[in-house]
Write a protein that binds this ligand. Structure first.
Ligand SMILES: [Zn+2]
Length: 305
């Protein structure tokens, strides 16, 4: 490998392992250190049958406010490991490792951390226009205090017909609404090395869809987690608009070409209404980030062979 290639590789590694302090050590002494991903996998695999306690505790930004008043919030996102055996996959140990890897991968992404920050910051005042909303002056939307992420194989689907395969938010409820406590359910995912490159979500030939290439179990779970957390973000961000009642961010007919919920935002400069598809736009960014991370990891692993 040439010096240029090595230097490029190190730059990319810094990108991929942005939260891993080992990456900094590698950049400084590239020939002496073991690959950081190996360390990370080892950490997750070492725990075996004794899963680590996983959670994120987030404080709201110093400038978070609602109707001119400062907001102080603390959000805990807690992960519960599966305890029930399911059909043919009763091995809790691989699931613990997969969840651990997903947890670290998610937090290494820019968009993942931005989403967690946004969730901790509710309620934010900017999106609520009391005149438009016809809300009383005492009205105060709830902060999000807790999100429980659970991986049990049995769950009660909510009424969103697009759900019920691998991810779910506030299972068993009529629709997702702004409140202090939410639950997210994710089906644990194994690596899927045989998957054809370039799958499409949600599987339609319409213009608004998302191509993806990732195959690793933690990538697949991170995308599911982001998707479900994004629903919670969406209803807290837009759920007070009368026209948005019970909307989750994507429509109910996933095979039609209007399957993402439209939000019109008034541009403060021109005062014109602008069409946006917030759930689609952010999801697209996260898929892109996961694709890139997985591609870089594969490239690095091939070089080491
Ligand atoms: Zn969804």
């Amino acid at each position: 490998m040439s010096a240029d290639e090595l230097s490029r590789l190190i730059d990319e590694l810094k990108d991929v392992f942005v939260t891993d302090s080992r990456a900094r050590a590698i950049a400084a002494t590239p020939y002496l250190q073991p690959p950081p991903e190996a360390v990370k996998i080892h950490d997750c695999e070492k725990q075996g049958n004794k899963p680590a306690e996983l959670s994120w505790t987030l404080s709201s930004s110093p400038n978070a406010s609602f109707l001119g008043k400062p907001v102080k919030n603390s959000l805990v996102i807690h992960f519960t490991y599966p305890t029930q055996p399911d059909s043919g996959e009763s091995d809790i140990s691989w699931k613990s490792v997969a969840i651990c890897k997903m947890y670290h991968l998610f937090y290494s992404t820019v968009n993942g951390k931005q989403l967690l920050r946004a969730l901790a910051d509710f309620p934010m005042g900017t999106y609520i226009d009391p005149e438009e909303m016809e809300l009383s002056s005492e009205f105060r939307p709830p902060s999000i205090k807790q999100i429980e992420v659970t991986f049990e194989q049995t769950f009660v689907p909510n009424t969103d017909p697009n759900h019920g395969t691998s991810g779910e938010t506030d299972a068993g409820e009529e629709c997702i609404v702004p409140k202090e406590r939410h639950t997210v359910w994710i089906r644990t995912q194994r690596d899927n090395p045989e998957a054809p490159g370039g799958l499409i979500w949600p599987g339609s030939s319409c213009e608004k869809n998302i191509k993806f290439f990732h195959r690793k179990g933690e990538s697949r779970m991170a995308v599911l987690l982001f998707h479900e957390l994004l629903h919670i973000w969406f209803v807290h961000r837009f759920g007070y608009l009368p026209a948005m009642s019970c909307m989750s961010g994507h429509g109910t007919d996933m095979l039609s070409c209007s399957y993402f919920d439209l939000v019109q935002i008034r541009d403060s400069g021109s005062n014109k209404l602008e069409d946006t598809y917030p759930l689609f736009d952010w999801l697209l960014k996260f898929f892109d980030e996961i694709n890139t991370k997985e591609a870089k990891f594969e490239k690095y692993r091939n070089i080491l062979k």
